[in-house]
Design a protein around this ligand. Structure first.
Ligand code: BLA
Length: 235
């Protein structure tokens, strides 16, 4: 599951000059005690980004995950790229969340960076189930045009790979245009906002419970604090 989408993310990263970085062994791959799940992660050095991570989890029919977050360099006030795709095989349920995660909720910021995502949101009406957000606050680090589908995988009208492809294409457009600078945020502000994003996400992430049940609490804590959201525990 999600193999094509994983390949799509990788080829996007590679075609934009991404280089794979080495990861500690227990972060790059971990098997559950019972042998019924595996989680694998990759870290990339991509021009224009300070950190780009990708994670896949395969627990057979129970759950399949493809998750990716890209943090632009501090000199950019660009939104953070956020992708969370989950498939619960027993119910054939898909939860797909794709967003340009805003650093600030500000009209000018949205005008500057969200034209592309806005159009996708209008065109892909399946992906507007924002009301299903109850763990995260939809008004913090999510945009008004977050693409969110939660429901039967077979009822999805547009193939997910088309949505992801268009989504990534529009995100790269922001990065290609150097004139797209939102002047109100300094490097220092951006750093603080990235840190707050990590702290907030680390506290809320529903993945913690999932990881704990398969890989144990110690591994789950370490993975969240040191791989998924490393700025959450640094002063
Ligand atoms: C929901 N994400 C979830 C859920 C799980 C994960 C288990 C609950 C799904 C459900 O029961 O319906 C899983 N999250 C993960 C995993 C990782 C993770 C495995 O971070 C890490 C490898 N989540 C993100 C990113 C976004 C995101 C980058 O990690 C933004 C695009 C969004 N996930 C997101 C949202 C929900 C969700 C909005 C719905 C939660 C809610 O109701 O508020």
């Amino acid at each position: 599951m999600f193999e094509d989408l994983f390949n799509l993310i990788n080829s996007n990263i590679l075609s934009h000059g991404g280089k794979e970085l080495e990861l500690e062994e227990n972060l790059s791959e971990n098997f559950s005690y019972k042998g019924n799940a595996v989680i694998r992660s990759w870290l990339w050095d991509v021009p224009g980004f300070r950190r780009w991570r990708v994670t896949r989890m395969d627990a057979g029919n129970k759950i399949q995950v493809l998750n990716s977050v890209a943090y632009p360099d501090y000199i950019n006030s660009h939104p953070i790229l956020g992708i969370d795709l989950l498939w619960f095989g027993v119910k054939n349920k898909l939860v797909a969340v794709l967003d340009f995660q805003p650093l600030v909720q500000d009209e000018k910021y949205f005008l500057q960076y969200y034209q592309g995502l806005k159009l996708l949101h209008e065109n892909y009406s399946d992906f507007n189930t924002k009301k299903t957000m109850n763990i995260y606050d939809a008004n913090r680090y999510f945009s008004p045009w977050v693409l969110l589908y939660s429901g039967d995988f077979n009822k999805l009208k547009i193939p997910l790979n088309i949505v992801l492809e268009k989504f990534l294409f529009n995100y790269w457009k922001i990065h290609a245009n150097k004139l797209y600078k939102y002047k109100k945020l300094s490097d220092f502000d951006v750093k603080e906002l990235h840190r707050n994003y990590d702290i907030y996400s680390c506290e809320r992430d529903p993945a913690h419970g999932l990881f704990k049940s398969y890989f144990g609490e110690e591994w789950a804590d370490n993975f969240l604090q040191n791989f998924l959201f490393p700025l959450s525990n640094r002063i």
